[in-house]
Design a protein. Structure first.
Length: 114
């Protein structure tokens, strides 16, 4: 399984970015797909995920600002990020889980300047 993340970059506080994660197989075969992030010196944390039934879940820190979605026809997972804050600066990783198997993308860097 390959997960290719893209869309990161440098943005000012209050700005927006959209991350994309393209999978090389049908994402409906996964139980859950989503995004994690890891800031410098911190542990990787879950940002948002969405089940095969399209039920989204968000970390409290991003609720109301981030939206996760999926395009099952294109096998792409999106993360729309609005009202970005410097605390959102991190490498964002795409993730997919099938049963007890976890798959990770290579990460895309998001930097939010104050």
């Amino acid at each position: 399984v390959q997960l290719q993340a893209s869309g990161g970059g440098l943005v000012q506080a209050g700005g927006s970015l959209r991350l994309s994660c393209a999978a090389n197989r049908r994402i409906l075969t996964f139980n859950v797909v989503g995004w994690y992030r890891q800031a410098p010196g911190k542990q990787r944390e879950r940002v948002a995920d969405i089940s095969s039934r399209a039920y989204p879940n968000y970390a409290d820190s991003v609720k109301g600002r981030f939206t996760i979605s999926r395009d099952d026809a294109k096998n792409i997972i999106y993360l729309e990020m609005n009202s970005l804050e410097p605390e959102d600066t991190a490498v964002y990783y795409c993730h997919a889980r099938q049963a007890n198997l976890n798959y990770w993308g290579q990460g895309t860097l998001v930097t939010v300047s104050s």
